[in-house]
Design a protein around this ligand. Structure first.
Ligand code: XIL
Length: 349
């Protein structure tokens, strides 16, 4: 509002042939609004975002915070294969468009998640039997149709999600079994052909620190780069749990990928705990969030952090990990938890 008024008065002054009022004349009150996580991150040339999902779009209080506190969003489900190509060759971007329109209206960046994953695939795809040629054609069409639809609106694509097992071997997905490991390079090339500006990512969980799984990505990305394949980012999901300890070497791990020449993003951060949440657990969680964000701030090519939704009200955790939850920086009543304040502090707020 203040900015609009300042712009208006500047315009009036100019029309009247007078010098525009200096910016310092703006009312001091504007300076005292608390900065949002998104704004604070931007001062470090990074984004701070939250995933979201369409059922939440009926919750006005939720949307208000989503639209004001965060500089980036990721559709939690709406861009997955089951949602976007429910029948072979029949595309439906309604849900994803809703998220993208919200992001646009609130000046938020969008991460596209995800083009290829072994989960949440449509039945026609998993129940069919495909020759390599057929599956390659299906894959190419899926990737290019989706990337084309969101061209110019999506800054990153998680082109392949969760390609490796914990021991660093390839996950035996439909795509791997039918096409071999080359499906990853093909997918990256097809996406790049369609949108040369979106940054193309490989994304996974349990790759926070240095270990067999992140090593597999390190080796793969190095090879892809050597082969001239357009891979530009490594997405570290960051689904942590208090009972498993804070991963070691997070910053060093991010840095080694940066040194390979790709950017790094923390794409799905949440930190769950065995319920009930206690003040002690919430305090530890707050430290972990701060330490994770600190690691990203310390690595120039870490471009931002996305939490996997921002409130415990809509977290995916309780449904998938029974007995666990309280994983996000806002509680079920949309009130900030200690983690919110610790993130804010690390960002300089
Ligand atoms: C989750 C969604 O949040 C849930 O709503 C859905 O039921 C299952 O998928 N890793 C990913 C995300 O890459 O796509 C997953 O999202 C969480 C784990």
């Amino acid at each position: 509002m203040t900015r609009i008024l300042a712009a208006l008065s500047a315009a009036v002054c100019l029309t009247a042939g007078l010098a525009a009022a200096p910016a310092a004349a703006a009312p001091a009150a504007a300076e005292h609004r608390p900065r949002t996580l998104g704004e604070l991150a931007e001062k470090h040339h990074k984004y701070f975002g939250s995933a979201t999902d369409n059922p939440e779009f009926t919750d006005a209080a939720y949307l208000k915070l989503l639209g004001s506190e965060f500089g980036q969003t990721t559709p939690g489900n709406a861009m997955k294969w089951y949602a976007t190509e429910p029948e072979r060759g029949v595309f439906d971007f309604t849900a994803a468009d809703q998220v993208v329109a919200f992001a646009k209206a609130h000046h938020q960046k969008v991460r596209g998640h995800t083009l290829i994953w072994h989960n949440q695939l449509p039945a026609w795809l998993t129940e069919g039997t495909w020759t390599p040629d057929e599956l390659r054609a299906i894959l190419k069409n899926h990737i290019q149709t989706e990337v084309r639809h969101f061209k110019g609106q999506v800054m990153h694509w998680d082109v392949v999600n969760e390609a490796f097992n914990e021991d660093g071997t390839y996950r035996e997905t439909l795509f791997y079994k039918t096409l071999g490991p080359g499906y990853i390079a093909d997918a990256l090339r097809w996406a790049h052909e369609t949108d040369r500006h979106a940054k193309l990512y490989l994304n996974d969980y349990n790759v926070d620190g240095i270990g067999p799984k992140s090593d597999a990505y390190y080796t793969l990305i190095k090879q892809l780069k050597a082969d001239g394949v357009p891979v530009e980012g490594f997405g570290i999901q960051g689904h942590l749990a208090l009972q498993y300890g804070f991963p070691a070497d997070v910053q060093q791990n991010m840095q080694r990928f940066a040194d390979l020449g790709v950017e790094v993003a923390v794409t799905e951060l949440d930190i769950r705990m065995n319920l009930p949440a206690t003040p002690d657990k919430l305090a530890t969680q707050a430290t972990w969030y701060a330490d994770y964000v600190k690691a990203c701030l310390a690595v120039k090519k870490c471009v931002g952090v996305t939490i996997w939704d921002y409130t415990d009200k809509y977290s995916w955790i309780p449904a998938v990990f029974p007995g666990e939850g309280a994983a996000l920086p806002y509680d079920e009543n949309l009130l900030p938890k200690p983690a919110y304040y610790s993130i804010k502090k690390v960002l300089g707020g």
